[in-house]
Design a protein. Structure first.
Length: 85
């Protein structure tokens, strides 16, 4: 197993769990969900050189390249303020 990939996977798991707790608190503890628009975005593709743990597959290239893997990133928008339709 690749140590760097294991560390990055563990970091993503903690991040995912923490975001879930924050959203749960916004919805249930503070009752703010209906007034919220949450925008989550990355900066660009992940670093794939020098034993970095990122993978931009199926896109070609990585961070600091002009290929799709270095330019594209994921994002989503959610929140109770958004129209259900």
């Amino acid at each position: 197993p690749n140590y760097n990939r294991s560390v990055k996977a563990a970091m993503m798991r903690v991040l995912d769990d923490t975001i879930g707790k924050i959203i749960d608190a916004i919805k249930n503890k503070y009752n703010l969900w209906d007034d919220l628009v949450l925008i989550w975005s990355t900066d660009n593709g992940g670093p794939i050189y020098h034993n970095e743990a990122a993978s931009n597959w199926p896109l070609r290239g990585g961070k600091a390249t002009l290929w799709e893997g270095g330019l594209r990133g994921d994002a989503f928008i959610t929140g109770g303020y958004l129209n259900k339709n």
